[in-house]
Design a protein around this ligand. Structure first.
Ligand SMILES: *Cc1c(COP(=O)(O)O)cnc(C)c1O
Length: 388
């Protein structure tokens, strides 16, 4: 097997680099720090690379202090420069819909700020916490549920003092056995800073399970260096949930990043937000989920898009998610079928949404609908008493 030090560059990405970054050599392109420094952020930079629609141009010009634009050159190479309807592009380049505030929308729809035990630590469920460690992301998704804090300076500082407060809280609460590290994107932090956090979490005896949520393997796969995976594997059991939106993201670069992570023994899951015009059809979702399995990523959640302010143009009816699950379940590998959830506005937590499989009862039999719509019987005589 070839050594895993050099990072692949796909043909598509190489052509993009040749055109837009001709002075950049392989080593620089594959340096994740360079990718972050060279992010496409301003209207001028966007216009250099994409043929913007009038809507996109006017919206970027008027963004003000809203969620900024930030796209790594690598991720930009996956986007069709001519087509505003390109699925990944819709999640990265803002349109005027962002300025419209629809019914029920809010800046913190999940009321995370109210469930903060200490700054940056959300303790909503009995045995686990969400630990926000950064407000920096490699790319800024237009539907971001944490747009209120991501890419901004504000009340959260994400410094060692704040980390220490969170660690003290976790250490004092012996019921916490699972810590989910998120942000922002934790994998944009240095190896040293990450290891500082992981080693301190591991030193707390009741913390059994450490996991992280990140979009970095999809948008900045070059970050997954041998040094990073060697460090992460010292803190097992360590799990990683990767945010994937579209099958176009599954490139040779992403294949390398997920292989390195999986080879380090890190179980990989995926989280996908259902977005209008991005991944809201069965075929696209099926290609994404099957593609993830080929790279040892187990689909975990599909989220109904949170009602963040200005998100209506990216949201679908809930029925669309049910239709997608119905198009997956039974029709493809069970491992390729994630749980469809709504993270309940107001802090109710994740609620699984399922089509009703129980059609009714007939005497001692429970009547069940299968994936093809056929009705089947399961003998359940004792359930009859309880069902009354
Ligand atoms: C999503 C989430 C978790 C983790 O939930 P799981 O269903 O265990 O993956 C924990 N805390 C908060 C606040 C969350 O939003």
């Amino acid at each position: 097997m070839a050594p895993r030090s050099a990072f692949p560059i796909s043909d598509r990405t190489a052509a993009f680099r040749e055109r837009h970054f001709p002075e950049i050599d392989d080593a620089t392109w594959n340096d994740w720090h360079w990718q972050l420094r060279a992010r496409i952020r301003s209207l001028k930079e966007l216009e250099r690379i994409f043929r913007l629609s009038a809507d996109e141009r006017d919206t970027v010009a008027a963004l003000g202090d809203r969620l900024p634009v930030g796209i790594t050159p690598y991720y930009a190479s996956l986007i069709d420069a001519e087509d505003p309807a390109d699925p990944i592009r819709r999640t990265m380049i803002p349109v005027a819909g962002e300025f419209e505030s629809g019914p029920g929308e809010a800046d913190d729809p999940l009321a995370e700020d109210e469930d903060m035990a200490v700054p940056g630590l959300v303790h909503r469920y009995p045995d686990r916490v969400l630990f926000l460690v950064s407000n920096f992301c490699a790319t800024y998704c237009r539907y971001c549920t944490r747009a209120r804090l991501v890419g901004k300076t504000g009340e959260y500082h994400f410094n060692y003092d704040q980390y220490q407060q969170a660690l003290d809280y976790i250490a004092a609460h012996t019921e916490i056995r699972d810590v989910l590290i998120s942000g922002g994107d934790p994998l944009t932090m240095s190896d040293d800073r990450l290891e500082w956090l992981l080693s301190r979490l591991r030193a707390i005896p009741h913390v059994e399970f450490i996991r992280m949520g990140s979009k970095v393997p999809a948008v900045l796969p070059q970050r997954i260096t041998p040094e990073l995976t060697a460090m992460l594997r010292r803190y097992h059991p360590f799990w990683l949930s990767i945010h994937f939106q579209h099958p176009d993201e599954i490139s040779p670069e992403v294949a390398e990043a997920t292989a390195r992570l999986a080879d380090a023994g890190i179980p990989l899951g995926s989280q996908t937000v259902l977005n209008r015009g991005v991944n809201d059809d069965v075929d696209t979702m099926k290609r994404l989920m099957q593609g993830l399995l080929r790279h040892r990523v187990r689909p975990y959640y599909i989220y109904q898009c949170d009602p963040i302010t200005g998100s209506a143009h990216l949201r679908t009816p809930v029925a669309k998610g049910l239709e997608i699950i119905a198009g997956l379940r039974g029709h493809t590998t069970g491992y390729a079928v994630p749980q469809f959830v709504i993270d309940a506005p107001g802090g109710g937590g994740k609620i699984p949404i399922m089509a009703q499989a129980i059609v009714g009862r007939d005497g001692d039999d429970l009547l069940l609908r299968n994936f093809e719509g056929g009705v089947f019987r399961y003998p359940d005589p004792e359930g009859r008493e309880e069902g009354r």
